[in-house]
Design a protein around this ligand. Structure first.
Ligand code: ATP
Ligand code: MG
Length: 400
């Protein structure tokens, strides 16, 4: 006997009313995509429940992968048996003995198939008694058991599940549209991307690159970060913007510590143009209020003047330590701390303005024809599509 299914629970999706089907189709599709390297594994929906059919595959790496898929609230290994009391008893015992650190249990029977001859309370007693007889050092606790052995009797079959493991939560990626993530090589923006994806948003990324002041390794770092993020969703298009000329012009024409402010206004203008081109309706950043000069309330107000696209700032209320904790969890931290230079750090004025004004920014911008420079910069954008798959092929190539 062995576990042959994984039961997927999707909590929040149940609230989506008539859209539920769309959400479930997306979730099913995303799970199927993420598990496609496990041959024979299938995702099925059976009477309002979602199951993964293991078809003989080792459940552990599949459970691990599932814990990264947004929209899954919790999961449990499951056994499918015929609607026969003796079969159900044996499967329940297997589920109990497979679980670790269990001193107390409780059986919870749900009889969805009303034609089944034994009532659910009676089933709890029959199975509970059988488990007690056939195990050692384990007792029943109906209030706070270490393990609930769940028995779900349906018309087609009975499913027995044991321990419930938490999933990533959130909504299936692709059910909340797409955003353009400003992805630097820092710690914050990949975390912002991850949290945006958690709410069902698909990503494209934009990175401002200033060769020769920033190197190819700095660009590679950003591509590696994007690749990490593909683990939580789909392929990610990364738009690399050649920013050097515009940046030099900005810093030549700007005084009073306004360079940073104007550079960021240009970033938003370029980002909005890319959004329009790609049919994207919002922009996301890794800004956190008060963290640095460009992230004060005055700065946000002045920088935000140039676009009326919604700016998603999922880190706005987080402390650096909280952000680092997530960066470690999603495995982007070690890439982010590689010591390559960023375009902002190179051009940053010695004393950036912490309270920049909108009219003064416009005054400095009027000193040159930035429209033409923007157009030229946008025309030079290089777009690279990162798929998790490609990376695997590359690793394979390295072996020879
Ligand atoms: P991060 O750790 O994400 O780099 P930060 O704390 O260094 O953030 P800033 O440098 O002020 O803060 O950048 C704020 C946000 O602006 C970043 O989170 C990112 O979304 C965006 N950003 C900064 N530099 C770039 C860049 N070179 N390319 C794309 N986006 C950028
Ligand atoms: Mg940065």
């Amino acid at each position: 006997m062995e576990f042959d299914h994984i039961l997927i629970r999707y909590g929040e999706l149940a609230l989506k009313g008539r859209n539920q089907n769309k959400f479930l189709n997306k979730l099913q599709h995303n799970i199927q995509q993420q598990l496609k390297s496990f041959s024979g594994v299938k995702v099925k929906r059976i009477q309002g429940r979602m199951f993964i059919l293991l078809n003989g595959q080792d459940p552990e790496p599949i459970m691990n992968k599932c814990q990264q898929i947004f929209g899954i609230h919790s999961l449990s290994l499951a056994l499918k048996v015929t609607n026969d009391v003796e079969e159900i008893k044996k499967a329940a015992l297997y589920a109990l003995l497979q679980a670790t650190h269990v001193h107390t249990f409780k059986v919870v029977t749900k009889r969805a198939h009303k034609g089944f001859p034994v009532g659910s309370l009676e089933m709890n007693q029959i199975i509970g008694g059988y488990l007690l007889e056939n195990s050692e050092g384990i007792t029943v606790d109906v209030h706070r058991p270490d393990l609930e052995v769940r028995v779900e009797i349906r018309t087609d079959a009975t499913y027995i599940t044991s321990a419930t493991i938490p999933g990533a939560g959130g909504l299936p990626v692709g059910t909340s549209g797409k955003t353009l993530l400003l992805l630097s090589g820092g710690i914050d923006s990949p975390v912002a991307g991850y949290l945006t994806m958690k709410r069902g948003v698909e990503l494209e990324a934009i990175h401002f690159h200033s060769p020769p002041f920033t190197s190819d390794r700095a660009k590679q770092k950003v591509l590696d970060l994007a690749e990490k993020l593909t683990q939580y969703g789909h392929k990610i298009k990364v738009h690399i913007v050649p920013f050097t000329k515009l940046q030099q012009q900005i810093f030549a024409e700007t005084k009073d510590g306004y360079g940073m402010t104007i550079m960021r206004r240009m970033m938003f203008r370029i980002s909005e143009a890319v959004c329009k081109q790609e049919g994207i309706l919002s922009i996301a950043t890794g800004e956190s209020l008060g963290q640095v000069a460009s992230q004060t309330m005055d700065s946000m107000n002045t920088i935000n003047e140039v676009t009326n696209y919604p700016i998603l700032r999922p880190l706005v209320a987080m402390d650096k330590q909280e952000i680092i904790k997530i960066a470690r969890k999603i495995d982007t931290y070690d890439i982010s701390i590689r010591p390559y230079e960023d375009c902002c750090t190179i051009f940053v004025p010695k004393a950036p303005k912490t309270k920049p004004k909108r009219d003064k920014s416009a005054y400095y911008e009027a000193k040159y024809n930035y429209d033409a420079l923007l157009e030229e910069t946008i025309a030079g954008i290089e777009t690279i599509t990162i798929t998790g798959q490609k990376r695997q092929e590359d690793q394979f190539k390295d072996l020879f």
